[in-house]
Design a protein around this ligand. Sequence first.
Ligand code: UTP
Length: 290
Amino acid sequence: MKPVRKAIIPAAGLGTRFLPATKALAKEMLPIVDTPTIEYIVREAIASGIEDIVVVDGKSKRSIEDHFDSNPELENNLREKNKLELLELVEETTDINMYFIRQSHPKGLGDAILTAKDFIGDEPFVVLLGDDLMQDEVPLTKQLIDRYHETGESTLAVMEVPHEQVSEYGVIDPAAKVKDGLYRVKSFVEKPKPEEAPSDLAIIGRYLLTPEIFEELEKTKPGKGGEIQLTDAIDTLNNRQHVYAHKFTGDRYDIGSKIGFLETNITFGLKHPQVKDELRAYIKELAAKL
Ligand code: UTP
């Protein structure tokens, strides 16, 4: 079995839910307290043993490349002023093997993954979407890699969501429960009505995929919203290889929506050593006024 060494972070979407902030800035650069969302994602990949990361970016996404590049002027300034903790923080992210590929038109998540085909080659790989921040004792990407060592086949992360919310997600129809927290998937249902949903297990933003997915993506026609959908390609992959689902039970922060983004900023702010006390006092004061 080949090791899982590479990750794709697709970041070429238009980010329409965050306009006008995302007109010139990648959605993935919006910060949670003081850290761009993509940095949390990159750190999850690195903590899971990933060696090479490719970011699929689009127009106006230079800020992501700059963020992971060195900035000698800033670093010298921090060194001269003896701000060594900050220096360490900014230098940490420049040591990672990051690569950037341009998706010329935002034709969908599936197309973004296909753009990285040559970079991945004939190896299993992981996909991390910037819309979801995950926290658990073991990083979710590592959990998927561990599952891959058991299944040897594509394994997606799913999470149990409240039944009335299934229509906001892609949901799996499980063929069989292999063991606690691991399912073999029969099919996928995109945004089902609650009464028609085959389960409450929703696909969340982490995927471990075998390289055969590229052959399926090459054949995938535009689907929902006129976009080439990754789940459509995984559905057809499921006809030739088993696809598994791993149930995540940690904390998920949906930062792809405005409300989720604000809630996550507050939650992370309430844990941040520099601001947590002031923020707590401010929220109390605000709540008393409302
Ligand atoms: P989303 O569905 O969240 O779309 O994409 P979006 O454009 O980022 O955001 P909204 O919905 O318009 O606000 C899911 C992931 O797929 C990437 C996005 O960057 C995001 O990480 N994506 C989407 C691409 O890389 N290319 C695409 O053509 C579409």
